[in-house]
Design a protein around this ligand. Structure first.
Ligand SMILES: *[C@@H]1O[C@H](CO)[C@@H](O)[C@H](O)[C@H]1NC(C)=O
Ligand SMILES: *[C@@H]1O[C@H](CO)[C@@H](O)[C@H](O)[C@H]1NC(C)=O
Ligand SMILES: *[C@@H]1O[C@H](CO)[C@@H](O)[C@H](O)[C@H]1NC(C)=O
Ligand SMILES: *[C@@H]1O[C@H](CO)[C@@H](O)[C@H](O)[C@H]1NC(C)=O
Ligand SMILES: *[C@@H]1O[C@H](CO)[C@@H](O)[C@H](O)[C@H]1NC(C)=O
Length: 463
């Protein structure tokens, strides 16, 4: 059963193929770069049927291509193909060149663009040319030399580099400007300009204006006087004179400033600032009135009242001083001195010292008290304290003695060279010589001769 089915379907297949072949020409052939004319298209072609093709836009020839059906297949009647339209090599232009905008050969649809060399500019409106069926479109453009046109030149300006009448100003040409009267006129704009490759000047033409200096705003506390005294703009050589409105203000900066040839002031505008008096060092005094009501910086008109730090002192100078409008005190700060007694001198036991004699409750300025160091301590410095205006002044130290026990010496296997066995207790500055104990030898490099220095003495060692 199955075998029959297979044979039957194979047979059917073969017959179908044969019948389609016999029916006429198969599907419409493709012709490159050409389109088939729709008028002759059918669903079913037989012997003698024709097809016509036209080359695509931009391709040649313009005549029709013909295919004919011979009953089985399509026969092409023409030998040639559609080929794209080629344009001739583009023409070069003087002082310029072309470049391809799109495409990579000079065929239908390609666009080229012309540009001019530096110093030349395009004369023509259209700079593109495109390859069309009838060749390059547009006209061949042309480049002309760039020239700049000078502006009107005022009488008060001098120009260097202007060409003779009728001569063209070409790309790269420079003009230099200056003012007729350098003192009264100032050049506003570029000193030098150049004719650029686009036919425009690098900067606009400058002009010469009268020198004027700017009028700056001033604070209310300053008076400005014009020299010469006139209204209007401030010209070269004119001056301004300043003064402060109030006493208690001081002028910081130049009293007069001058308008210079460059249109700038010789100096910055000055300012009026409040006067202040310098704070000075106190010498046994206190400011009684002032602090905290009046604090530095002290202004003009402010008053300080002083008193001595100790009632037993005498003041020299003025008790009351005033800051003047010139920033100075009317009198210097007063000073105090006098016999201020000292209390009982301090115990110096923390320094290992005590007074030599019994002390009193009060001492006068200039009186001294002598101190002595404790046993075996050595005095360094002046052993006196002096009473100075109620304060004890002076400084000394008691240098400490050294102690070395027998145990410490045994641990290091050393003993004193002289003096036998026993603890050692010696003041600062004493020398000692050690030796190794019997059958021991020096270890390390610490010297055997040592001095006691403020309680410290390195010990040598033996082993
Ligand atoms: C093709 O043409 C033949 C004869 O002209 C016709 O018998 C047949 O039906 C056509 N086939 C189609 C699919 O139109
Ligand atoms: C193709 O051949 C036909 C018939 O000979 C002719 O009419 C036509 O002009 C030819 N076309 C071309 C492009 O040569
Ligand atoms: C004028 O004022 C400007 C801006 O405040 C300042 O930069 C300039 O220095 C002033 N000129 C003088 C001469 O003080
Ligand atoms: C303090 O006043 C005394 C006495 O006038 C003077 O000898 C001393 O130099 C003054 N000290 C200072 C720091 O001004
Ligand atoms: C002693 O020895 C120490 C190290 O053991 C060394 O640093 C030092 O320089 C030596 N001193 C002398 C004087 O030789």
């Amino acid at each position: 059963m199955e075998l029959y089915a297979i044979i039957f379907s194979l047979l059917l297949c073969f017959m179908t193929y044969e019948s389609s072949n016999a029916a006429g020409c198969a599907e419409v052939p493709q012709l490159s770069n050409a389109d088939v004319s729709p008028g002759l298209l059918k669903s079913n072609y037989s012997s003698g049927d024709k097809l016509e093709y036209n080359c695509k836009h931009g391709y040649f020839p313009l005549r029709k291509f013909v295919y004919i059906c011979d009953g089985k297949k399509w026969i092409k009647l023409n030998k040639t193909e559609c080929t794209i339209k080629r344009c001739e090599l583009p023409t070069d232009i003087p002082n310029g060149q072309y470049s391809i905008v799109n495409g990579n050969s000079f065929v239908f649809g390609t666009t080229i663009k012309y540009t001019c060399n530096k110093g030349f500019q395009m004369q023509s409106r259209f700079v593109d040319r495109t390859c069309r069926l009838d060749g390059w479109d547009n006209r061949l453009p042309a480049c002309e030399e760039v020239t700049c046109v000078p502006d009107n030149i005022e009488n008060n300006i001098k120009v260097e580099g202007l060409p003779d009448y009728g001569d063209l100003i070409r790309f790269g040409h420079r003009l230099k400007f200056s003012c007729d009267d350098e003192k009264l006129l100032i050049l506003r704009g570029a000193k030098e300009i150049m004719c650029q490759s686009n036919g425009k000047w690098s900067s606009p033409f400058p002009n010469c204006e009268e020198v004027t200096c700017p009028k700056n705003a001033t604070e209310d506390n300053i008076i400005v006087q014009r020299i010469p005294d006139q209204e209007g703009s401030i010209k070269y050589g004119h001056m301004l004179k300043f003064s402060c409105l109030d006493e208690g203000l001081i002028l910081k900066g130049k009293r007069t400033i001058t308008c210079q040839a460059n249109g700038e002031w010789s100096d910055p505008y000055p300012k009026c600032e409040e006067v202040t008096c310098q704070e000075e060092e106190l010498n046994n005094t206190q400011i009684l009135v002032g602090h905290p009501g009046i604090t530095p910086p002290y202004k003009s008109g402010q008053i300080l009242v002083f008193r001595c730090t100790d009632v037993n002192m005498k003041m020299s100078g003025q008790r009351l001083i005033e800051c003047q409008s010139n920033g100075k005190w009317d009198n210097p700060y007063p000073q105090c001195e006098g016999n201020v007694q000292c209390r009982r001198p301090p115990s110096m036991s923390h320094e290992n010292a005590d007074t030599k004699e019994m002390t009193r409750n009060k001492y006068n300025s200039g009186e001294k008290v002598e101190y002595v160091c404790f046993n075996k301590y050595v005095m360094e410095g002046d052993s006196f304290l002096t009473c100075v205006q109620g304060k004890w002044r002076g400084h000394f130290t008691c240098l400490k003695p050294c102690t070395v026990t027998v145990d410490e010496m045994d641990k290091r296997n050393i003993q004193l060279k002289r003096g036998g066995r026993g603890n050692l207790f010696a003041p600062h500055g004493d020398y000692f010589t050690f030796v190794c104990q019997w059958f021991h030898y020096q270890k390390g490099n610490i010297s055997f001769r040592q001095m006691c220095r403020n309680g410290e003495m390195p010990l040598p060692e033996c082993e």
